[in-house]
Design a protein around this ligand. Structure first.
Ligand code: SF4
Ligand code: SF4
Ligand code: FES
Length: 246
């Protein structure tokens, strides 16, 4: 199923409606990510109705924000024959400069599809920092910290767990953002080495993503039953002692 807001380490949010399917006996389309299968349920995943629904969900998204860093977005737009250009050249867009107000994390509203995954990861599902939420309504809705402050003046503890779950690249690790801006990021040239975090006794698994002998980012395997892809600031960003050995 095509999905946007469903994540392998988060409970379904049921926000994007890209995954809708037809269920016999149900008046409305139902989201596949969050509707439990039941005995005898008859589900159709690819019908004229589901395809049309996915098309009209994808079109306004692709028309209003950049999806170039959303994996598979181009394929889905093509598959569902979405035409984001049909709203015309004057269609409203979220044209905002990326916010680079701290060293580890970059926030780019111009790529955000408001899937709420970062809100859930920062809030009650993982970090319990509750630093980010949705502010504003309609086209003015943005993922923001309290009073729309810089991240440095918020409750953020720089765990990077919101970046880990963001499906679009709206949130990114600063070194990766810089490489993308410079045109030097090449995922095919990156290696991933999984090791153990040396900072504390929890012993979390770290995966070091390296390109040209530089650490681009640090992630953690999502299938780890203890940490489920999450890290703290030290494991996520405290790798300078490895990187800068001169
Ligand atoms: S880095 Fe961690 S604390 Fe900060 S906004 Fe993201 S999830 Fe919340
Ligand atoms: S910043 Fe990323 S995770 Fe958060 S709502 Fe936007 S697209 Fe989703
Ligand atoms: S993936 Fe099911 S509603 Fe978003």
């Amino acid at each position: 199923m095509p999905t946007l807001c469903e994540g392998d380490t988060l409970r379904p949010k049921n926000a994007c409606r890209v995954c809708v399917v037809e269920v016999t006996g149900s008046r409305t389309l139902v989201p596949a990510c969050s509707r439990r299968a039941e005995a005898g349920m008859e589900v159709r995943t690819d019908t004229g109705r589901t395809r049309h629904s996915r098309k009209v969900v994808l079109e306004p998204l692709a028309s209003s924000v950049g999806l170039s860093t959303t994996p598979k977005a181009a394929g889905r737009l093509k598959e569902y024959e979405a035409e984001p250009g049909r709203f015309g050249p004057d269609a409203a867009r979220v044209d905002e400069e990326p916010r680079v107000d701290n060293d580890p994390c970059v926030r780019d509203h111009g790529r955000c599809v408001l899937c709420y995954k970062c809100v859930d990861a920062c809030g009650e599902q993982w970090q319990n920092a509750f630093a980010v939420s949705v502010a504003g309504r309609g086209f003015g809705a943005r993922i923001a910290v309290e009073h729309d402050a810089p991240l440095t003046d918020s409750a953020c503890v720089y765990c990077g767990n919101c970046i880990e779950v963001c499906p679009t690249g709206a949130l990114s690790f600063k070194p990766e953002f810089d490489m993308r801006a410079a045109g030097t990021r090449d995922e095919s040239a990156q290696t991933g080495t999984t090791t153990v975090c040396a900072y504390c006794g929890v012993g979390r698994s770290l995966t070091l993503h390296v390109q040209d002998n530089e650490i681009v980012k640090v992630t953690s395997p999502h299938d780890n039953p203890v940490t489920r892809g999450n890290l703290c600031i030290k494991g996520r960003f405290g790798y300078q002692h490895v990187q800068n050995r001169d």
